[in-house]
Design a protein around this ligand. Sequence first.
Ligand code: XMP
Length: 521
Amino acid sequence: MAASKETDSLDSKFYKTADVFFPAYSNIGLTFDDVTLATLYSEVLPRETQLDIVLAEGLHLNIPIISSDMDTVTESRMAIAMALSGGLGLIHYNMPDREQLSEVSRVKNHVHGLIQDPIKTAPDQLIGDVLNLIEKKHFAFSTFPVVDAHGKLVGLLPGHVVKQRYSKRKVVEALTPRTQVQTINKRDLGHDPIAKADKFFTDHPGIHKLLVVDDQDRLHGLFTMSDVERITQERNAQFKPGRDAEFRLLCGAAVSATRNAFGELDRERILTHVGGLVERGLDVVAVSTAHGHSKGVGDAVRMLRDAFPKLPIIAGNVTSAAGVEYLADCGANCIKVGQGPGSICTTRIVAGVGIPQLTALYVTSRTAQKKRVTVVADGGITKSGDIVKSLTLSDAVICGGLFAGCPEAPGEVMEFSGKRYKQYRGMGSLAAMKAGSAARYGHSNDTNRKVAPEGVEALKEVTGSVDRVLAQLIGGIQSGMGYLGAANLAQLREKARYIRVSPAGQREAAPHDVVELKAGG
Ligand code: XMP
């Protein structure tokens, strides 16, 4: 609905577009809580908003959220969960190259709903041993495929015989023999294995398990009817999994600009490793360092661009227009922005450098538009409202802390005073640098040398699974878009108008003057 000239000019006096607002605050660094967004007339229902984004040619995300390349955040389990929800995971590089290759393979070979490495039993095991295993590992299931020493399928141990009264019997005496077990050859799974399994269960009333085998009858996986039913229902979800042209889940991986013994960029190692990642189907590589506007990072990006002309490259981190221009000119498609905003970062304290995130995003996004590259906002995001503000300037966001408490993040759960936590540490913390990430901060991996850590080792309270955390974040983004009348992310960027918030305004924004019984979200 068109507003009158008078109301329009009153609004625009207070609520300013990015190009008016940020230059007016060129003498101060602003971050998420320093500003708020003004609402606009809207005909957009939050649930109808579109969140898809093209980060580079050939890299299309259904939601603009990426999990951080940190060793306490993203390995294959997290990357699979992110891609299944429409986002992307960047596998960290604090591991030997061959391990990173297999982590990427795990994501690219993941078949949703197929348990690819099911818990198996052996024919001569006692049923009592199986019962002990169930108790020890807290398994919620009791049906197990039975395989021989070569991985060949021998039969299926059904739950109704896994009972104490049979504990002295061997598995081979109680199993359903191979001839009566329903299987499918993995060759026949096709592009849509879930649809195949779903049809199988409809065609075979009473059968709840379907085993996957190869030509040699070796076991390769297991479908259960309950998983398949849940996934078939989820298919109506608005945000589809992120997949490549061959229907495999999207996966990214980070590499650092490592140097050889002579202090030169280790070209051979980087090229061989990224070549291996690409062979396994990697969708995007991230040259991930604390200081992206540097010769080593530029040289690495240039070298990768020459060697892999079609591979999308994310590079960073920078916070200046010149940094964006430099990395774009070197051949990066997408620039990672953020120096010091992360929840575990101490770069600003230790090195005295870094820029509050919204100012950094404004400065970098304007140059990115000119250079036709995209921008991802990396670090400092603690709530969905921060993501909405971020997306008014960036194309996507990278989150570490928000996902570090999920079961899909690496690491064990610890319990203190009745509360459950997972470890979350900066890649510039001493422990992470010892494990390999020192190059990211411009140090050698020689742990005997004294280096100043730029991150802390911390804990995150255990949260729900990635899809639950994402559901909250996406709900918040969609609400924000509804308030601004933005049907998609391009409109959000176009329509955003900002105003600075006073400390009293910040206090007003959070629950106040109440006794909170239940935290929001
Ligand atoms: P959040 O706020 O999501 O931030 O937990 C994650 C991002 O922080 C960056 N990062 C670091 N920055 N020292 C830093 O200055 C560190 O030790 C460190 N570790 C991670 C990184 O960009 C990540 O995505």
